[in-house]
Design a protein around this ligand. Structure first.
Ligand SMILES: Cc1cc2nc3c(=O)[nH]c(=O)nc-3n(C[C@H](O)[C@H](O)[C@H](O)COP(=O)(O)O)c2cc1C
Length: 260
């Protein structure tokens, strides 16, 4: 039977973001290898935050108090063999959207604290129904350097352990904002091809090969660290916008300074 892949894009930018630029070739490679893929941009689910009421454990076991896109997402989660978590780095970790998604998985588990069957001294909650058994992390960030992913990789490895999932691979791209620019796309075609290879290998052999991993970690934007900082700063160096307060000050009125 074909491997069923559920991909989640936790970027608030959805399809126009850098995370989407990586998810697209990765899923293409997975489909080339025979997988069935489903992509959910988490922002479309319009998720309400977990309130920590534990109704899903006590009052209505398995059912959250909120009725929103999570109902649909949980059905997709139940069908998946492999989950791809796509998220940009926000403050060293995942976006609020992705975190809300993970929090809202709570109805899937029983409240009991039990020993993990696979990791010594680890405590976990038993799942009510079978879980996807593999995960892949896809992440992008704005700063140059792979060290910017240290915390998020650690976090997702911890989450994988809690959910009894194997981390089959990670696809990370620092200094990723240029990936969104259509004019620069030809520069990245080789890299997107490598991401496609990674997707294919994840389905065919269950892991990303050493050769592909080494290609994924290559620098794809010319220049050293200083050049990259200057490149990003040049992007932000825009003419100042006309702000209401500045405009008011210039016209002799400064409403915010005079309280009624
Ligand atoms: C609120 C916020 C926090 C961010 N925090 C970080 C950070 O800690 N480290 C970093 O390298 N980039 C950070 N970024 C930059 C994003 O990771 C970067 O813009 C990324 O390319 C966005 O991906 P997307 O287009 O898929 O949304 C942050 C961006 C925002 C909006």
């Amino acid at each position: 039977m074909a491997c069923r892949v559920l991909a989640l894009n936790g970027s608030p930018r959805g399809g126009s973001g850098a995370t989407a630029q990586l998810l697209s070739p990765l899923l293409e490679g997975m489909r080339d290898a025979g997988a069935e893929t489903e992509l959910i941009p988490v922002r479309t689910l319009k998720l309400q935050a977990c309130t920590g009421c534990y109704s899903c454990w006590v009052t209505t076991p398995g059912r959250c108090v909120h009725r929103d896109g999570m109902d649909r997402a949980l059905e997709a989660w139940s069908r998946a063999d492999l989950v791809v978590f796509g998220t940009p780095v926000y403050h060293g970790s995942m976006t609020g959207l992705m975190k809300t998604f993970l929090d809202r998985l709570l109805p899937r588990y029983d409240p009991w604290l039990v020993p993990s069957p696979s990791a010594e001294r680890v405590t976990t909650h038993p799942s009510r129904t079978p879980e996807p058994c593999r995960m892949v992390l896809v992440s992008v960030c704005g700063f140059p350097g792979f060290h910017n992913f240290d915390a998020i990789v650690h976090t997702f490895r911890h989450i994988a352990r809690m959910h009894e999932m194997d981390v089959s691979g990670v696809v990370l791209r620092p200094f990723a904002e240029p990936l969104r620019l259509p004019a620069l796309r030809p520069l990245f075609e080789g890299y997107f091809g490598t991401v496609r290879d990674a997707g294919r290998e994840l389905i065919e052999s269950g892991a990303i090969s050493d050769a592909t991993r080494s290609n994924l970690s290559r620098d794809i934007i010319p220049g050293n660290l200083m050049d990259k900082r200057e490149m990003a700063n040049a992007h932000w160096q825009r003419p100042p916008r006309s702000r209401p307060r500045a405009a008011a000050a210039a016209s002799g009125h400064s409403p915010s300074l005079s309280c009624p």
